[in-house]
Design a protein around this ligand. Structure first.
Ligand SMILES: Cc1ncc(COP(=O)(O)O)c(C=O)c1O
Ligand SMILES: N[C@@H](CCOP(=O)(O)O)C(=O)O
Length: 511
């Protein structure tokens, strides 16, 4: 990607790593370490505190792996979550099946009140947006085995200005899953997977490390959670295809990083072969444990709307685990009586990596065909052979869902326009917003329909894409919303001239 001289000021756009030594150490300690005594009693740490006050009834509940076949009822094949298994006997996907009968012993109000009562607390592990739903996630894990950074509970942002000005909508919301420990929604799934690995290692199961293929976000989450627990992590990255900010994350967290001369699909193939041979636990979303954590974002959205169901939820799709995770979270809330319907789901793909879109356009009729994914600014979804294709098709069919695609110009313009209204989103969220624009223009999504766009990663991971855009140096892109800095001499008169010119425009620039 091009980078402009406009952006080569060493202070403003340096890519050098900052000195990590902070002059101001934090006044409160992180969740991984000891908390100081309170006035009347001494709490050694929040884990010990949780032991003493463990009022949870998690032990009433259980979950197991079953073959993923949609309704999950027709097979007798099942596995304990303590087994190391990623595929069914027939080679198909697995799913985590909860004991729904046991969960149904409690009504919807009970679950709503329980989940609401845990928001914003530090009681281990419920301060996490994932573990506040522990009974629905990994009911049998000991809280002491949980590896958490109190992920989740992310901002559901009312995108008022963008919604009104760009889309004529009053009810546009952006679920900022990327404002998270490692800057993406992957934290939601990784806390679950690494916690289970922690448990397996304590049980002396043969797991020497945890590995993944990644377009940058899975690897960041895996390496951070493993580092917190002292578990070795191994990441396979496609060489030169992920952002610098994403690359440095596993490096900094001490992962064993392999930069491989292939694309994500090639890395995925390799990690599957390697984890079949070595006692390295597979951390990609092929492993259905991940989706148990990711599904809590759906529950959280309902919770944030006071258990009112939005009309639409739009999710950018790559390896396609997340769209199913959202479906599963919404569906569980309906089945257990927390809400009475589910939203319609939209999966948004980059046109340069659109195998699901092509399959959808065939009316789901033709056999699914993987594609060779082309380069896209939405680099984390540059995936041509998604492992969760069956899960995604199921989720979309069951939710009366839609698949939309966005060109590079559409996704970058959507991202820039969203940024100009106060957000700082990633290109993948740009894909989702561009899909929304198309669906609004076609009249599929109405002006008063409450719509949630899932923002999957932090914009700070993708600054180079933004620099390229605002430099207006991207081949074949008009970069309509570029806002390059103005070069000006360091004297009062020159500064006044450019300011007067700027202020004399009839109104402030509207993006
Ligand atoms: C930032 C970002 N957005 C969206 C996705 C797509 O999620 P999924 O692979 O679950 O479809 C990914 C990873 O693939 C991602 O890293
Ligand atoms: N975008 C992902 C791709 C892999 O997805 P996963 O959910 O199967 O791990 C990444 O960041 O690596």
């Amino acid at each position: 990607m091009a980078s402009s001289s406009l952006f080569q000021s060493p202070s403003s756009f340096s890519i050098k790593l900052q000195n990590p030594t902070s002059p101001n150490p934090p006044t409160t300690k992180p969740h991984f370490t000891t908390i100081k005594c309170s006035s009347t009693k001494c709490r050694e740490n929040i884990r010990d505190d949780a032991h003493r006050h463990n009022t949870t009834h998690s032990h009433h509940f259980s979950a197991k792996y079953v073959p993923f076949n949609g309704d999950m009822s027709s097979s007798s094949e099942s596995y304990s979550l303590d087994e190391i298994v990623y595929r069914s006997q027939s080679g198909g996907l697995l799913d985590v099946q909860h004991d729904m009968a046991a969960l149904k012993n409690y009504d919807g109000k009970y679950w709503r009140d329980l989940f609401d009562s845990r928001v914003g607390k530090t009681t281990w592990p419920y301060g996490s947006g994932v573990w506040s739903k522990k009974e629905w996630v990994l009911p049998e894990i000991d809280s002491d085995d949980i590896v958490s950074a109190f992920e989740g509970n992310s901002n559901l942002f009312w995108a008022e200005r963008y919604g009104k000005q760009v889309l004529g909508m009053n009810e546009l919301w952006v679920k900022h899953c990327g404002i998270s420990h490692t800057g993406s929604f992957k934290d939601l799934g990784m806390t679950v997977l690494v916690s289970q690995v922690n448990r397996l290692r304590k049980m002396k199961r043969p797991v020497v490390g945890v590995g993944c293929a990644s377009t940058g976000d899975t690897s960041a989450a895996l390496s951070a959670y493993c580092a917190a627990a002292g578990i070795p992590s191994i990441v396979f990255l496609p060489a030169n295809k992920i952002s610098l900010a994403q690359l440095v994350q596993p490096i900094a967290n001490g992962a064993f990083v392999l930069s491989i001369d292939t694309d994500f699909d090639g890395c995925m193939q390799l990690i599957r072969e390697v984890t079949a041979e070595l006692p390295i636990y597979l951390a990609n979303s092929l492993n259905s444990l991940r989706l148990e954590g990711q599904k809590t974002a759906a529950v959280e959205i309902l919770q944030q709307f006071d258990w009112q169901v939005p009309d639409w939820v739009i999710v950018p799709g790559g390896n396609l685990g997340n769209i199913y995770a959202f479906y599963k979270g919404f569906h569980m809330c309906k089945e257990l009586g927390l809400v009475d319907k589910i939203p319609r789901l939209v999966c948004a793909q980059a046109a340069n990596a659109n195998p699901l879109y092509l399959h959808y356009k065939s009316g789901w009729e033709e056999e699914f065909k993987p594609v060779k994914a082309n380069t896209t600014f939405a680099s984390a979804i540059q995936i041509g052979d998604p492992v969760s294709i069956d899960r995604a098709v199921y989720a979309l069919k069951k939710s009366d869902g839609i698949v939309e695609e966005a060109t590079e110009e559409e996704l970058m313009d959507a991202m820039a326009q969203a940024d100009s209204t106060g957000m700082f989103i990633c290109p993948h969220t740009g894909v989702a917003l561009a899909a929304l624009i198309k669906l609004r223009n076609k009249g599929v999504i109405g002006p008063t329909e409450r719509t949630v766009v899932v923002s999957t990663a932090h914009g700070l991971k993708f600054t180079q894409a933004k620099i390229d855009y605002h430099s207006k140096e991207i081949k074949d892109l008009a970069c309509r919303f570029a806002n390059p800095p103005v070069q000006v001499k360091a004297d009062f008169g020159s500064v006044m001239d450019v300011l007067k010119k700027y202020l004399s425009k009839s109104e402030a620039p509207q993006h």
